[in-house]
Write a protein that binds this ligand. Structure first.
Ligand SMILES: *[C@@H]1O[C@H](CO)[C@@H](O)[C@H](O)[C@H]1NC(C)=O
Ligand SMILES: *[C@@H]1O[C@H](CO)[C@@H](O)[C@H](O)[C@H]1NC(C)=O
Ligand SMILES: *[C@@H]1O[C@H](CO)[C@@H](O)[C@H](O)[C@H]1NC(C)=O
Length: 337
């Protein structure tokens, strides 16, 4: 017997317990989603296989700030939410070897991003779609702040927030989070957002390029079009809407937001996470500087009590959509050197 054959026999012997388990369970009624590819399901009786849906990891170091997509996910102009957005084209319950779904989703529903083509017809024609959005803006140090609960975001409110120059990414938490508006399927026009003068103040007086907010639109309904026009005109500000900002301390995080590469789309579902770099920091204890790099974009350099945090941690970030009840999802992956 050659070494190869010895190894083969050894491998088969090793596999017997696993084969036996899958044969035993091969016609269980509720596939786990982790089957071996031939219509089987594995270990359904084992509760440890129950998937976990997490809002943060055990150490509260990574926060998921994306809302789940379900039929009740809200969308503008609907009282019923997005409705049934997943269709099983091929199903294991009907004898197929695998489940295979199709999704149909309004691009401005749930947690999503707006591209400049959303409000400017000529930008749309020129191709300013979500595929052209700058990943350097969508990923990097970000400030999560609370906005006064009694007003929309006007110039006066923006001024009062004292956001230092050099801060490029801000997630605005508002009354919308307290009212849990994103958890309601009915679109609610009384949400808090930017008034036109607040949007103009942001453009004129800050370095903010990523504007995140906790309802479906950054613009208050009363200034829906004017505020969007002000923010999207320069094509350098990215709007992330419908964020889930509950149960996260205000402070500095590393934000990672990845839209799908939908060519020709002026919006896209987006998955956003916050990674805690340091213990929660109050706004007062931080000092930020902006510097223009060779490529002409402002790079963040954040100094926190003597600590220097140069841009973002290296690593692989891969962010699937939050589709509930689904075995697969489009995914966006990036590598940071
Ligand atoms: C596969 O499809 C069946 C319906 O035929 C469904 O009950 C099951 O939950 C699906 N599994 C996954 C992982 O989506
Ligand atoms: C399975 O097939 C039946 C009959 O064609 C159909 O009514 C049902 O919707 C199918 N179920 C799934 C989950 O595909
Ligand atoms: C914000 O503006 C909307 C109209 O767009 C209004 O219904 C709502 O009451 C305002 N919210 C606050 C807190 O002033």
């Amino acid at each position: 017997m050659s070494t190869f054959h010895v190894l083969l026999v050894w491998a088969l012997v090793q596999a017997i317990p696993f084969l036996a388990v899958s044969i035993l369970l091969s016609d269980c009624a509720y596939p786990s989603g982790y089957g071996d590819g031939s219509g089987n399901c594995v270990g359904v009786a084992d509760v440890s296989l129950k998937p976990q849906r997490r809002e943060a990891d055990e150490n509260e170091n990574i926060f998921d700030i994306t809302h789940k997509f379900t039929p009740h996910t809200p969308v503008g102009d609907s009282t019923e939410g997005i409705g049934q957005f997943l269709t099983l084209l091929t199903s294991m319950k009907n004898g197929s070897d695998y489940n295979f779904s199709e999704m149909k989703l309004p691009v401005h529903s749930g947690t999503h991003v707006d591209a400049p083509g959303h409000m400017y017809d000529n930008y749309f024609d020129e191709g300013y779609d979500v595929d052209t959005l700058d990943l350097r803006v969508l990923n990097g140090p970000a400030l999560l702040i609370d906005v006064p609960r009694d007003k929309n975001i006007t110039a006066e409110v923006m001024k009062s927030l004292n956001i230092p120059k050099g801060v490029r990414r801000v997630l605005f938490r508002t009354l919308n989070t307290d009212r849990r508006l994103m958890y309601k399927k009915e679109f609610d026009t009384s949400y808090v957002g930017f008034m036109k003068d607040g949007a103009q103040w942001l453009v004129d007086n800050t370095d903010i390029k990523l504007v995140g907010i906790d309802y479906l639109s950054v613009a208050a309904f009363a200034d829906l079009i004017p505020s969007h026009l002000v923010l999207l005109r320069g094509r350098d500000i990215i709007l992330v809407e419908g964020l889930k900002l509950d149960d996260v301390q205000p402070g500095i995080y590393s934000v990672h937001c990845l839209p799908l590469r939908l060519v020709g789309a002026e919006g896209s579902p987006i998955r956003c996470i916050l990674i805690k770099e340091l213990k929660a920091i109050s706004r007062k204890s931080l000092r930020l500087d902006g510097r223009v790099s060779a490529e002409g974009w402002v790079q963040d350099i954040i100094f926190i009590e003597g600590l220097k945090l140069d841009d973002i941690p290296t690593g692989l970030y891969s962010v699937p959509l939050r589709l509930v009840g689904e075995g697969g999802s489009p995914i966006r992956c990036i590598l940071i050197k």
